[in-house]
Design a binder for this molecule. Structure first.
Ligand SMILES: [Zn+2]
Length: 89
């Protein structure tokens, strides 16, 4: 059984924003959809360097969240503390 990938830095960013308790594990974790508030099932969290589409700040700790319900990624910015949809690169 393949375990979903959860990057530690990404998890910390999500916890800082408040969308995810720091102690949460991959199993059953959800994140609210920034536009509808509907909870989406997280399949993986990654962290990396990216420029925020919302505040344009560049961060090495940006979190990318993959969810079951949507093919796009959620982008969590540690600078402006916003979660936005990434409309595909
Ligand atoms: Zn931002």
């Amino acid at each position: 059984m393949k375990r979903p990938h959860w990057a530690e830095a990404g998890r910390h960013t999500l916890a800082a924003i408040g969308v995810l308790p720091l102690a949460s594990t991959a199993a059953g974790a959800t994140i609210p959809d920034p536009s509808t508030g509907v909870h989406l099932s997280i399949t993986g969290v990654d962290a990396g360097e990216a420029t925020c589409p919302s505040c344009a700040a560049r961060s090495g700790n940006a979190a990318f969240v993959a969810v079951v319900e949507d093919l796009r990624l959620l982008f969590a910015c540690p600078s402006c503390l916003q979660v936005t949809w990434l409309s595909g690169a």
